[in-house]
Write a protein that binds this ligand. Structure first.
Ligand code: 3HC
Ligand code: NAI
Length: 699
C-alpha cells in the first residue's frame, strides 16, 4: 500500500490509516493507497472498515500542489466510487480538520465519528474552486440546502458539534478516536446497521430553497465582487435537486474542471501559498527561537495605538497603553470599550469575553511603567523628532532585550534606532487601519535589527492573528511606497479627462474593495496635504498629481470626516454621491495646467493603476526590499483591498504575461509622463530571458 497508507485488522474491523504529513493531503500515493486498502478490505473477512489518519489531522483536502499537473490515476472520483460501492460498512474517524476532498471522502463513508475538537468544512471556494468530489451533491442530501449553501459558499469550517447538529456527523468522541471508531464499527455490525449512502438519499427543492438560491446569488455577486466559483457552486446545488445523483455529480465535475482552468483559481491558489511563504524569512537560521512575548507596551492611544492594543489584548497578552496625559489615554480606552460594546451588540463577542479582554489592558501616562514589558510598539504622531524623543526615553527605561518597535508609516527605522544604545532591538511593525481589523502587518527590518528581533516580530504577528510580511527599509516600505504611484495615476486620470465616479467604479468593478479616490476620502485628504507641506516641489512630483487634492482640502473638503471630499456623503448613510462642485474644481485645475480633457475607457484606468503598482513592486523586488514577488501580493491583498482572486499586483502582471506588461509600460512611457513610466529593469530582464517573477530575487 506504500508508506502513505496502512491497512491492519482489528478483529472484525479493517483499519485504513493515512500518514502523509503535514496535513494528509490526498496526493497520488494516498489515493492509490486507500484504493488498494479498500480492495483488500473488500475481499478479507472483515465486516466493517474504519478510515482514519495519523498525525495532526484527518485528510485536509486534495493536494493543491497537484492541480494543473497531468492527472494520475486513481483520481479522487475513482477513489470515491470504490468507497461508495464498497461491500463493507465504512466509518470515517475524524480528528483535526477534515477539509475539502478530505471531508468529501468522509461524507462518502456510511458513518462518521469525530473528536469534539475536530472541525469539518468545504473551503474550496477560497481557492476559486468548488467541492469536486461529490460535496455539492452529498452535503444538501444530508444537511439540507440552507446549510449546504452556507457551508460551501462561505468555505468556513464548522465545529464537530455543529456538524452533528447538521447531520453531517453521527457520533462524537472526547478522546481515543480510533478505539472509539472501532467500537462504533462493532456496534453498527451488531445492530445490523444499513450501509447508509448519502448518494442514495432523495433531494428536492422547496419554494424557500429556490428563493434562498436566488437571494444568495445576488448577495454573493455583491460580497465576492466578481468571483465565479460561488455562482458555480449554486448551479451545482440546483443540479443536485433537479436530477439524479449521477447527473448532479457529472455537473459538479464539469463545473469543477471549469473552476480549475479559471485564472481566478490560479490566483487564489497562488495566494494560498503566498501567505504561507511570507512567514518564511530567507537567510534566517533555521534553529532561531523567537523570544516569548507576554507583555507589551503601546505608546499613543490614538487611532492606531488603540487598535493595536485590541489585537494584543485579544490574544491574551498584558497590554500597557501609554499616552501623554491621563485624559488622552482615557479617551483612547473609551474608544476601545465602545468598539467592544458594538461587538457585543452585534453578537460577535459576549460581555464576559470583552470584560476579559479589557482586563488585559492597563493605562498609564508614565513611561516608567514600561520598564518590565517584553516589547513596546510606538504609535505617536508621524513626526521624526517626536519619535526620536520617545525612543531615547524608552532606551533609558526598558529592560535589556526588550523589543522596541515603531508603527511609523514612512520614517526611517535607522534614524529612530540611532538614538538608542540598542539598534539591534529596534524595528518597524507597521499595522494597517483599523488595526484590530486589517490582517496585514509589515515587519520592517532596519539596518541593524537582529535576526532574533525580526523572527520574534514575525512570531508575534502570527500570535495576534496577522499575516506578516518582511520589508526592508525605504520610504513607505513595501505598501505605501507602491501606493504613491497608484494614487498618482488615479489623480492623473482624473485630470486628463476621467471623473472620480468613473475611476472608482472602474477599479471596484475590477475587484478592488474600494476605489482609490473613495479611499482617500475615507482616510482624510488632509493627511496627504499635511505630508506634502513638508516636501520640496521636486519631492511632490507633477502638480497635476496633487492639485485637485490640494484644492479640495483648501475648500474644506477633507473627505468623509467633513462630509465631502471627492464625493459628497449622506450624513445618515455615509453613501457617497457624485458632486458637481468637484468637477468645477477639476475643470479649473485642468485650465490652470493647460490640460485638455479626453475620453477615458475603464480599461486604461485599470491598466494604469495596476501597472503603476506592479512596476514599483518589481523595483522593490530588485532592490531586495521585498523578499519575493508573492510577499508584495500578500501586502496588497491584506492591506489595501486588492482582490485576492486577482492574486495581487505582481501575480496580475505575471498572469497577463510579463511581455504584455512591459509593452504597456513602454506605451505609457511614450504617451504619458516618461518619468513615471520607466519599466523596472527586472521586468525587461525577465522578458528578455523568459523568466518569471516567482523565481526572482534581489540582483
Ligand atoms: N495541499 C497541499 N499542501 C497543503 C495543503 C493541501 N491541501 N494544505 C496545507 N498544505 C501545506 C501548506 O502549504 C504548508 O506547507 P509549508 O509548510 O511548506 O508552507 C503545510 O501544508 C502546513 O500548512 P499550514 O501552514 O496551513 O498549517 P496549519 O496547521 O496552519 O493549517 C490547514 C492546516 C487548516 C489544513 C490549512 O493548511 C488549510 O486550510 N489547508 C487547505 C485546506 C483546503 O483548502 N482544502 C481543500 C483543497 S481543494 C480540494 O480538496 C478539492 C476537492 O474538492 C476535489
Ligand atoms: P493619532 O493622532 O490618532 O494618535 C497619536 C497619539 O499619540 C495621540 O493620542 C497622541 O496624544 C499620542 N502622542 C503623541 N506624542 C506622544 C508622546 N510623546 N508620548 C505619548 N503619546 C504621544 O495618530 P495615528 O493615526 O494613530 O498614527 C500613529 C502612528 O501610526 C503614526 O506614526 C502614523 O503614521 C502611523 N500609522 C497610521 C495609520 C493610519 O491610518 N492612521 C496607518 C498606519 C500607521
Amino acid at each position: 500500500m506504500g508508506a502513505a497508507v496502512k491497512y491492519e485488522r482489528r478483529g472484525q474491523i479493517g483499519v485504513i490509516s493515512v500518514n502523509n504529513p503535514p496535513v494528509n493531503a490526498l496526493s497520488h500515493a494516498v489515493r492509490s493507497g486507500i484504493v488498494d486498502a479498500l480492495a483488500t478490505a473488500a475481499t478479507d473477512d472483515s465486516l466493517a472498515v474504519v478510515l482514519c489518519c495519523e498525525g495532526r489531522t484527518f485528510i485536509a483536502g486534495a493536494d493543491i500542489t497537484e492541480f494543473g499537473k497531468p492527472p494520475q490515476a486513481p483520481s479522487l472520483p475513482d477513489l470515491l466510487v470504490a468507497l461508495d460501492s464498497h461491500p463493507k460498512l465504512t466509518v470515517a474517524a475524524i480528528h483535526g480538520t477534515a477539509l475539502g476532498g478530505g471531508f468529501e471522502v468522509a461524507l462518502t463513508c456510511n458513518y462518521r465519528i469525530a473528536l469534539t475538537s475536530a472541525k469539518v468544512g468545504l473551503p474550496e471556494v477560497k481557492l476559486g474552486l468548488l467541492p469536486g468530489a461529490g460535496g455539492t451533491q452529498r452535503t444538501p442530501r444530508l444537511a439540507g440546502l440552507p446549510a449546504a449553501v452556507d457551508l460551501i459558499t462561505s468555505g468556513n469550517p464548522v465545529s464537530a458539534e455543529r456538524a452533528m447538529a447538521l447531520k453531517l456527523i453521527d457520533q462524537l468522541a472526547d478522546e481515543n478516536l480510533v478505539e472509539r471508531a472501532i467500537d462504533y464499527g462493532n456496534q453498527l455490525i451488531e445492530e445490523n446497521a444499513p450501509q447508509r449512502q448519502a448518494s442514495a438519499l432523495t433531494f428536492s427543492l422547496t419554494v424557500e430553497d429556490t428563493d434562498l438560491i436566488e437571494k444568495s446569488r445576488a448577495q454573493l455577486v455583491k460580497r465576492t465582487r466578481g468571483e465565479r466559483a460561488p455562482q458555480r457552486i449554486l448551479d451545482c446545488l440546483l443540479a443536485a435537486a433537479e436530477g439524479s445523483f449521477e447527473s448532479g455529480l457529472k455537473r459538479e465535475r464539469e463545473e469543477f474542471m471549469a473552476c480549475l482552468a479559471d485564472p481566478q483559481s490560479a490566483a487564489l491558489r497562488h495566494m494560498f501559498f503566498a501567505e504561507r511563504a511570507a512567514a518564511k524569512i530567507d537567510h534566517l537560521a533555521k534553529d532561531i527561537k523567537p523570544l516569548d512575548i507576554r507583555s507589551v507596551g503601546i505608546i499613543g492611544a490614538g487611532t492606531m495605538g488603540g487598535g493595536i492594543a485590541m489585537c494584543f489584548a485579544q490574544a491574551g497578552m498584558a497590554v500597557t497603553l501609554v499616552d501623554m496625559t491621563d485624559d488622552a489615554v482615557n479617551i483612547g480606552l473609551e474608544k476601545i470599550a465602545k468598539n467592544y460594546a458594538i461587538s457585543v451588540k452585534k453578537g460577535r463577542l459576549s460581555t464576559a469575553q470583552t470584560d476579559a479582554i479589557m482586563a488585559n489592558i492597563t493605562t498609564s501616562s508614565d513611561f516608567n511603567d514600561l520598564g518590565e514589558v517584553d516589547m513596546v510598539i510606538e504609535a505617536v504622531f508621524e513626526n521624526l523628532a517626536v519619535k526620536k524623543e520617545v525612543f531615547a526615553t524608552l532606551d533609558s527605561i526598558c529592560k535589556p532585550g526588550a523589543i522596541l518597535a515603531s508603527n511609523t508609516s514612512y520614517q526611517s527605522i535607522d534614524d529612530i534606532a540611532a538614538v538608542t544604545t540598542r539598534p539591534e532591538s529596534v524595528l518597524g511593525m507597521h499595522f494597517f487601519s483599523p488595526a484590530n481589523v486589517m490582517k496585514l502587518l509589515e515587519v520592517v527590518k532596519g539596518a541593524q535589527s537582529s535576526d532574533l528581533v525580526i523572527a520574534t516580530a514575525m512570531a508575534v504577528g502570527k500570535k495576534i492573528g496577522k499575516v506578516s510580511v518582511l520589508s526592508g527599509m525605504c520610504y513607505g516600505f513595501i505598501g505605501n511606497r507602491m501606493l504613491r504611484h497608484y494614487g498618482r495615476e488615479a489623480a492623473l486620470c482624473l485630470m486628463e479627462g476621467s471623473t472620480p465616479a468613473q475611476i472608482d467604479s472602474a477599479m471596484e468593478s475590477w475587484g478592488m474593495a474600494m476605489g482609490p479616490l473613495a479611499v482617500s476620502d475615507l482616510a482624510g485628504l488632509d493627511i496627504g496635504y499635511k505630508a506634502r507641506e513638508q516636501l520640496t516641489a521636486e519631492q511632490k512630483g507633477a502638480p497635476a498629481s496633487y492639485i485637485v487634492a490640494d484644492r479640495l482640502v483648501e475648500a474644506g473638503r477633507l473627505g468623509q470626516k467633513s462630509g465631502a471630499g471627492y464625493y459628497r456623503y449622506d450624513p445618515e448613510t455615509r453613501q457617497r454621491q457624485e458632486d458637481p462642485a468637484v468637477m468645477t474644481i477639476v475643470t479649473e485645475a485642468r485650465r490652470e495646467l493647460g490640460i485638455t480633457p479626453r475620453h477615458f475607457e475603464d480599461e486604461e484606468i485599470v491598466n494604469r493603476l495596476t501597472l503603476a503598482l506592479a512596476n514599483e513592486g518589481a523595483k522593490l523586488l530588485q532592490e531586495g526590499i521585498a523578499q519575493r514577488a508573492s510577499d508584495i501580493d500578500v501586502v496588497y491583498c491584506y492591506g489595501y483591498g486588492f482582490p485576492r482572486f486577482r492574486g495581487g499586483p505582481m501575480h496580475t502582471i505575471e498572469a497577463m504575461g510579463l511581455d504584455k506588461a512591459v509593452t504597456l509600460l513602454n506605451e505609457f512611457h511614450d504617451q504619458l509622463n516618461p518619468e513615471h513610466w520607466q519599466a523596472a529593469p527586472l521586468l525587461t530582464k525577465l522578458v528578455a530571458n523568459g523568466g518569471q517573477l516567482a523565481d526572482s530575487h534581489r540582483d
